[in-house]
Design a binder for this molecule. Structure first.
Ligand code: SF4
Length: 272
């Protein structure tokens, strides 16, 4: 098995990933502690019901604790090695449905901002998506962008159709429209989560490369599951939701990573 393409994220434990994984390990320890307590307390009284009951309960809790440790271990290894290990697909579901809300709660207790936890979650989700090596043709791939990338004074309505962009170059929509044209992939701009969901339902992509803020990306990844979503956070030099920016090189790198060249296309195969 070869290493998965790393994009800019790499397979190493970047600080963003460390936040989430650190919280995950801490939550696992707390969970095991809770199980130990749950076992110990009845232990004192359970013996009176049946002498073997405390032992049976202890074994059950130990098996549960082991399952959690194995699951977290596989998740950590998948992220670290960038390889599609057994059960890593189900673990992406676990990460999205259960661990993100849990980690946000634990993070808040420790004074870690929600956005920091979400950033970390997005990085780990990306790593798990990369590990699964999903590939899509141009027709199956969708670039989903937030409306806040558009220059605030632009008069052209691009949410319905990005072709309305006149490519004046005052905002990243020009570069994104060029990428969409160059690779023949669909490009859609959404004003919010509801429109984004409608676009996904209508276009039925097999893979999405989405750009948004941490909050919208995290909820978009959750809403779209099991569809793989590779998330790229936008930059907000003028504050949230206003003339935001995106690293076009990173978007193109993601495109070439996931795209299967159509027959006869001169595009190069995605590189590792
Ligand atoms: S690049 Fe397109 S969307 Fe951006 S300001 Fe110019 S015309 Fe408007």
């Amino acid at each position: 098995m070869t290493d998965t393409p790393t994009l800019s994220g790499g397979n190493s434990f970047k600080p963003q990933k460390r936040t989430f994984l650190g919280l995950l390990v801490l939550t696992t320890c707390l969970f095991i502690l809770l199980l130990a307590l749950l076992w110990y307390v009845p232990y004192v009284g359970l013996q009176t019901l049946h002498p073997r009951l405390p032992l049976i309960l202890g074994l059950l809790f130990a098996a549960l604790a082991l399952a959690v440790v194995v699951a977290v271990g596989i998740l950590g290894l998948t992220v670290a090695l960038g390889r599609d290990l057994p059960f890593s697909r189900s673990l992406r579901g676990l990460l999205i449905k259960l661990l993100l809300p849990l980690m946000s709660g634990v993070g808040q207790l420790l004074g870690i901002s929600k956005d920091r936890v979400r950033r970390s979650f997005i990085e780990i989700n990306n790593q798990l998506v990369l590990a699964q090596r999903p590939r899509a043709t141009a027709e199956q791939l969708l670039l989903l962008m937030p409306h806040c990338l558009q220059f605030h004074e632009c008069q052209f309505r691009i949410t319905g159709n990005v072709l309305h962009c006149k490519r004046c170059g005052k905002c990243p929509i020009k570069g994104l429209a060029e990428l969409s044209e160059k690779y023949g992939v669909g490009l859609a701009v959404a004003t919010g989560g509801t429109l984004a969901r409608r676009i996904v339902v209508e276009r039925r992509p097999r893979l999405i490369i989405a750009v948004a803020c941490e909050r919208d990306l995290a909820s978009g990844i959750q809403d779209s599951y099991p569809l793989p979503v590779f998330g790229i956070t936008n930059r907000r030099p003028f504050g949230p939701c206003y003339d935001t920016q995106v690293d076009l090189a990173r978007v193109e790198e993601a495109l070439t990573t996931f795209l299967v060249p159509s027959p006869g296309s001169s595009q190069e195969k995605p590189r590792s």
